[in-house]
Write a new protein. Structure first.
Length: 495
């Protein structure tokens, strides 16, 4: 045997090792066996050894993607599916797997990008049409989704997803009618009875109209009406939505006032969402507001991350403006952690912080100075917040408890409790004094005061059918200013 023959035989032997097995006896067959047995750590070990010897083998990259997929490590699985496709772009079965991975992760732009070759092939056309029908559904493009369902029906009339997707479209675009009745009572004392009806429907990404009518009766004898129309735009590829509402609010005996809102929501990452909004609405919290209309404008920014199975948090900044140029600023923060699940109950614990302050305090003496002097007594000077409540350097630290109960698909209930741990407020008070001109005047001062706020909310919902549900809810709120009980009912019918 000459040198040339020896080298040729050696080269063939080494190539066989590289493409078949390595020095430890590993092969793609062994890797497939480990994957089939769900022995995924060992499958990774075998594949890593093989990839070192043959990094451009698309089958190895494909198997690596499947292994990560079985471990629910979607990002890594996607990277290896993409690598395998780049190594062998002519394999339509591999391309199908790549598209399905993109779809499962919500990357709809990429699904559309890689779909044309699959649609052109008879073996992958129907499955691709089904994926695209669902993509356009989740992008609120219901007519496009229906078109793709129709294309499936032409090729495979009994495909199981045809009726499923059409039912999804029917439910998503149904008319949504809600009727509310709410009763509130507080210790001012002031009672409110409100009835409200809402009708809405999602037609497409650019058309989700709504109509709302509300009537409110106060225990002072006054009443008011409100009519609002609105629409929502949903830019699913941008993970952005814009909701606009506009209408009129009129208290009996007064001119109608404009009310409305504009709210923008942007999903930043997974369950992390940024919200910003502006709203003009009637202020309804005081006796003065029950006798003549008071408008407020709220500007808010909110960052929220929701995860029912782990950690959720929220950060909020709000500015509340009134027509007398006064402004109330509020900063809030809370975090919630899912701690326990027992049978059908879920328990979460958390912490909340809130700071609020006003440019001008509206605490005012109940009686005029002349009336107070005429009484000739040494009783403390009574005051009232008029025409609306204003906090004064108020700080609230609280513990949060959330309990959810869902024994079946028809019934669910919940409790949210927010209990003050350490809270302070600069409490306003009045006394009389002589000013530099020798006149008797009221003087307002503030004293740091501890208080114990509380907020508890209960609800229960029962679905009588897929179209009809009834909900009852109750809340109790104790602030530094007052306490209030609220009880309400809601009927929801979809058709």
């Amino acid at each position: 045997m000459n040198i040339r023959t020896f080298l040729l035989i050696s080269l063939v032997f080494l190539v066989n090792i590289a493409f078949g097995q390595n020095s430890k006896g590993y092969s793609t067959a062994i890797a497939r066996q480990y994957i089939a047995e769900n022995n995924l750590p060992q499958a990774h070990l075998v594949l890593d050894s093989l990839i070192v010897l043959n990094p451009n083998n698309y089958e190895l990259s494909w198997l690596k993607a499947i292994t990560y997929q079985k471990q629910f490590q979607n990002k890594e699985a996607l990277n290896y599916f993409q690598l395998a496709y780049n190594q062998e772009p002519s394999d339509l079965i591999l391309l199908m797997e790549l598209v399905k991975q993109y779809f499962s992760m919500g990357y709809y732009k990429e699904v559309k990008k890689y779909s044309p070759p699959l649609l052109a092939n008879s073996t992958t056309k129907v499955e691709t049409l089904a994926i695209l029908a669902q993509v356009y559904f989740w992008e609120y493009r219901y007519s496009d989704s229906e078109w793709y369902v129709g294309e499936i029906e032409k090729v495979e009339p009994k495909h199981p997803l045809i009726q499923k997707i059409r039912q999804m479209i029917k439910e998503a675009t149904a008319h949504d009618l809600k009727l509310y009745v709410d009763f509130k009572t507080d210790n001012q004392p002031l009672n409110q009875l409100a009835e409200r009806i809402e009708m809405s429907r999602k037609k497409s990404w650019f058309l989700s109209p709504m109509l709302e009518y509300g009537h409110l009766d106060f225990s002072t004898g006054e009443s008011s009406n409100r009519v609002v129309v609105g629409n929502q735009l949903i830019f699913a590829p941008l993970k952005l939505s814009v909701e606009a509402k506009a209408g009129v609010y009129q208290m009996a005996g007064f001119n109608a006032d404009f009310v409305g809102s504009l709210i923008v929501k942007k999903k930043i990452w997974k369950q992390l969402e940024l919200k910003a909004g502006v709203e003009q609405s009637p202020y309804l919290g005081t006796l003065s507001a029950a006798q003549s209309p008071i408008l407020q404008q709220n500007f808010h920014f909110e960052l929220e991350y929701l995860n029912d199975k782990n950690l959720s948090f929220n950060a909020l900044y709000n500015e509340q403006h009134f027509n007398d140029n006064n402004k109330v600023k509020t900063f809030g923060l809370w975090g919630l952690y899912h701690v326990l699940e027992i049978q059908k109950f879920q328990f979460s614990l958390g912490y909340g912080f809130n700071y609020s302050d006003a440019n001008k305090n509206t605490f005012t003496p109940v009686k005029s100075l002349d009336e107070y002097v005429a009484e000739e007594n040494d009783n403390p000077i009574e005051g009232i917040y008029d025409p609306y409540f204003t906090p004064e350097r108020q700080i609230v630290n609280s513990g949060v408890l959330v309990v959810k109960y869902k024994p079946n698909t028809k019934f669910d209930a919940g409790l949210t409790a927010n209990i003050g741990i350490y809270s302070t407020h600069q409490n306003p008070y009045f006394y009389t004094d002589i000013n530099s001109s020798g006149d008797l005047v009221y003087v307002k001062k503030y004293a740091k005061t501890n208080f114990f706020p509380a907020d508890a909310r209960l609800f229960a919902t029962y679905h009588l059918s897929p179209q009809f549900a009834v909900k009852a809810y109750y809340s109790y709120q104790q602030t530094f200013y007052y306490s209030i009980h609220s009880l309400g009912f809601m009927l929801n019918y979809k058709f």
